[in-house]
Structure formats: C-alpha cells, structure tokens
Design a protein around this ligand. Structure first.
Ligand code: NAD
Length: 486
C-alpha cells in the first residue's frame, strides 16, 4: 500500500526557547519514526538539564518582566481566540501531520484539531467571565480574593492525541497568566512543532511559550526537578505519575495528574442494545484504542450476554483497519513499535485468559506497520491481567454478571478509576450506580460527550486533582485572601 507522506515535512525539530528555535546545547538528537513504515523520518533535539534550564529561565524572565501576567483577562482572551482561529484555519494540515506521526485515523485526527481550537476558545471566554469570592460584613470588614498566576508552568504530555492534549494544558495555563515550558512526548513531537508559529502569529510575546523536546527521563525529569517551576501538569501513565510525584516532593510542587485507566462499560439487560453496542465499539476502538477513557472492560448482564457477545464480535470483525490517511479507516497504526509489541504481548496473554472471538493479531494483508486487528476476548475472569491492566490498544475484555452488586464489584475491582459507562433504561439504577462507582467521570447511556466546564480527572490510580472549567484556572493560579477592616 503506498503511504501518504505529507509535503514539507521538517527534517529536524528544534526546541523553541525565548522566541527562538534552538538545538540542544550538547547537540544531541533522537529519531522520530512514522508508525506505518517504522522508519525514522526526522530527528528532534534531545533536551537535557541545560536546555530545560534555558527554557525555564526564558519563561521566568517573561513572567517577571511581563506583560503577559499583567494583561487584562480580555486582552489575553483576544490572543487566545486568535490562537483558536489559526488552529481552526489549519485543521487539515494539523490532522495530516498528526495522522502521519501518530497513526490515528485521519477523520479522528481532524476532530482532535477542532477540539484543540475549542479548548482555547473555552478558556478565553472563561477568564473574562471569572468571578472570585468577595464577602462583606456590614460596617466591620471586607474580604476579597486576589487571583495571581503561579509562575512558570511545566507541562508534560503523552503521545495519544498529542496536539489536543497539549492544548488542554496550554490554554488554561496561558489564560491564567502563567508562562510555560512544554515537554511533548518523544514518540510524537511533530504537531507540537506547529505551536511556535501559531503563538507568534496570534501575538503571544516571546518567552511566554517555550518548548523543549526530549526523552521523559531526561528533559521531562529535568523539568520536574527544576526549582524554578512551581507546578507540573502531567498526563501519562500511572507509574510515571508516581515517579513524578516523588521527584516533585522535595520542592512541594503543585501537581495535576491525569493518568491511566481501565474503565468499565456496564450493560444491563434493559438497555437499548443497539445504542450500547454502537457506543461500546466506539468506546474502545476509536483513536486506535489509545484513549485514556477507553471502555476497555465491558460487563454485560447474563440475560443478554450471548446476544451481546455475538453482535459485538461481528461488529469488531467489520472494523476497517488500514492506512491512517484513508478516510475510510477506523483503526490505524499504533504509535510506535515498542507500544505495538506491548499491545501484542497482551493479545497473547489474553489467549490464555479468555475466549477469543475477534482479532487476535495482525490483520490480514497488513504485514508491516503497527497494525493490530480489533481484538475481543470474552468470558474474562476478574483476576485476568487483560481485565486488570491498561493495554491502551484495540483490545477489549468482556465479562458476564448476574446482579447489580456483582456488576459494581467487578467495575470497582481494579486499581484505576478514570471513567465508567452505564447502559440501562432504569433511571433510578443509573443514578445510584453512578454514585457507587469508583470513577472520576460517569457516562449514563452516552459516550464521551462532555461540557468543558465539568471536572475532568480520575480517582484511585487514575489521577490526582481535577481540571476542567474553573478547576484548571484554580490549578494555575494562587488565590490570595485580602482582609480589611471597614
Ligand atoms: P508516559 O507516562 O510514558 O509519558 C508521558 C509523558 O511523560 C511523556 O512526555 C514522557 O516523555 C514523560 N515522562 C516519562 N518519564 C518521565 C519522567 N521520569 N519524568 C518526567 N516526565 C517523564 O505515558 P504515554 O505512554 O506517553 O501515554 C499513555 C498513558 O497516558 C496511558 O496510561 C494513558 O491512559 C495516559 N493518559 C491519560 C489521560 C487522562 O486524561 N487521564 C489522557 C491521555 C493519556
């Protein structure tokens, strides 16, 4: 199959520090692969301590010299809207590059570019509408809040939907008046290289946005340990989150952590099965299954279990896997050969833990590239590794349950608690079940629609703190209470 290669691919990706594109001080680079050929198509500067220090210094200077933190919310909002306009106007190019770098299906990458623009619009509007506490005891005292940006925010992001997830941190950090150092994932640095020009054109002053490419254990680690960075917003694996938590402890840094998941989709016998099947197929196989909120464990009430399994397996077998740039593709290539090997190892583990009813390896006809056929294991026991561990690929475990209590125990019986999906037409059960489930976010008879004002985050090993709406602004700002006697 001839591969679509975008025109004008950069042959090298640099850091962006203090308004300039620069290489690492020691000149080192790393290779970036495309997931269809697994060939290196570019190199990126590999940031180390000194490069991170340079970026933090530039961000600190921009913060202290201003004007970014002192701008009126309306002035910053105008620039954020300009960023959104530019992102929207380039959504096709963005999607093309993102698809080439990540292997995500092009139609889904386009949706992510549009979501990135929306994140900037949303936080632009939010800071203009921001209200803070003010209390008056008549004739006695007045109390109000000074909201102040915290300083240089360190932003560390993963490789799944990289551009959109970067925007989810950049937009509120910049809206709040912080300056930033972004460390994007080393598997997928291509789309992040578009930010400098977008910000420049929109009028973001030099030094406000800084980008350091590099490996997690080098550039990411240096950012976490840098004393000039008072807060870290991190999205990635739970185990990386634990390490960052420990490394940030000596500095008592502010931490926001959006971590891994193994989210349940619970289907009761009274649910609309057509809708539940559509949504649970989408829930695990969209974005190649590389989705933090994937409903990767489906729990189905015994009375409809056999029918559900049969119909679900047929749907999974019909999913179009192939060239990520083809608009007909529903599952593209996994991001990197290392991740492909991890997902394939779970497919093999699953063969000893459940009954395979769809997929189970490479799709026919796709002998190279990181392609995995949508894979469905059924009759999976709760102690199975494919039930407990995050696979982060197009692989799902389906298990039956008899009672609501059993469904709840199965749903909650993992270390994660990011999302949960409940399918039932019993209104009371839907709401009481949602209340009992260990998940930061619950979708009732719906799938991943969300208002940006609502909390986003997980419980247990899925995260620390919540972002979304004012919670994001709270993370990037200090609220100083001012009291005066009247
Ligand atoms: P990862 O933890 O391997 O890497 C994430 C980022 O952290 C990368 O930029 C990496 O370079 C950096 N990093 C790695 N080690 C570091 C260290 N020691 N110090 C500082 N930075 C370090 O995660 P990944 O494989 O890129 O992403 C997939 C994971 O992200 C999955 O577990 C997924 O569930 C999770 N995720 C969660 C959410 C959410 O909102 N909860 C969203 C998307 C992805």
């Amino acid at each position: 199959m001839p591969q679509h290669v975008p025109t004008d691919l950069p042959d090298h990706l640099q850091h962006f520090i203090g308004g300039e594109f620069v290489d690492s001080l020691d000149g080192t680079t790393f290779e970036v692969l495309d997931p269809v050929t697994n060939q290196a198509y570019t190199t990126a500067a590999a940031g180390k301590n000194d490069d991170v220090d340079r970026a933090v210094t530039a961000a600190a200077e921009a913060f202290h010299a201003g004007p970014w933190p002192q701008l009126l919310p309306r002035q910053r909002a105008r620039i954020l809207h300009a960023i959104a306009d530019i992102v929207e106007s380039r959504d096709r190019r963005l999607a093309e590059l993102e698809t080439f770098d990540t292997g995500l299906p092009i139609t889904q990458a386009l949706g992510q570019a549009q979501r990135a623009a929306e994140n900037f619009r949303f936080f632009a509007d939010l800071i203009v509408a921001q209200r803070d506490d003010a209390y008056k005891v008549p004739g006695r005292q007045l109390n109000y809040v000074n909201r102040k940006p915290k300083g240089v925010a360190g932003l560390i992001t993963p490789w799944n939907t990289p551009f959109m997830l970067e925007s989810w941190k950049l937009a509120p950090a910049l809206a709040s008046g912080c300056t930033v150092v972004l460390k994007p994932a080393e598997f997928t640095p291509l789309s992040a290289s578009l930010w400098p020009d977008i910000f420049r054109e929109a009028g973001v002053p030099d030094g406000v946005f800084n980008l350091v490419n590099g490996l997690g254990e080098e550039a990411g680690d240096a950012l976490v340990k840098h004393p000039g960075v008072p807060l870290i917003s991190f999205t990635g694996e739970s185990s990386t989150g634990q390490l960052i938590f420990a490394n940030a402890a000596p500095h008592l840094k502010g931490l926001s952590m959006e971590l891994g998941g193994k989210s349940p989709a619970v289907v009761f016998a009274d649910a609309d099965l057509d809708e539940a099947i559509d949504a649970t197929v989408f829930g695990v196989f969209s974005l190649n299954g590389e989705r933090c909120t994937a409903g990767s464990r489906i729990l189905v009430e015994q009375a409809v279990y056999d029918e559900f399994v049969e119909r679900y397996a047929a749907r999974a077998r019909a999913i179009v896997v192939g060239d990520p740039h083809d608009p007909a593709t529903e599952v593209g290539a996994l991001v990197h050969p290392e991740h492909f090997a991890k997902v394939m190892s779970y497919v093999e583990i699953g063969k000893g833990e459940g009954r395979l009813v769809a997929g189970g390896g490479r799709p026919e006809g796709l002998e190279t590239g990181n392609y995995v056929a949508p894979t469905v294991f059924v009759d999976v026991k709760p102690d199975a590794r494919i039930f407990q561990e995050e696979i982060f690929g197009p692989v799902v475990a389906i298990s039956p349950f008899d009672t609501e209590e059993e469904a709840l125990a199965l749903a909650n019986g993992v270390k994660y608690g990011l999302a949960a999906y409940v399918w039932t037409n019993d209104l009371r059960r839907a709401h009481t079940f949602a209340q009992s489930i260990d998940a930061g976010m619950v979708w009732l008879n719906s799938n991943n629609v969300r208002d940006l004002r609502t909390p986003f985050g997980g419980v247990k090993a899925s995260g620390l703190g919540h972002e979304g709406g004012y919670r994001s602004i709270d993370f990037y700002t200090d609220q100083q209470a001012v009291h005066t006697t009247l």
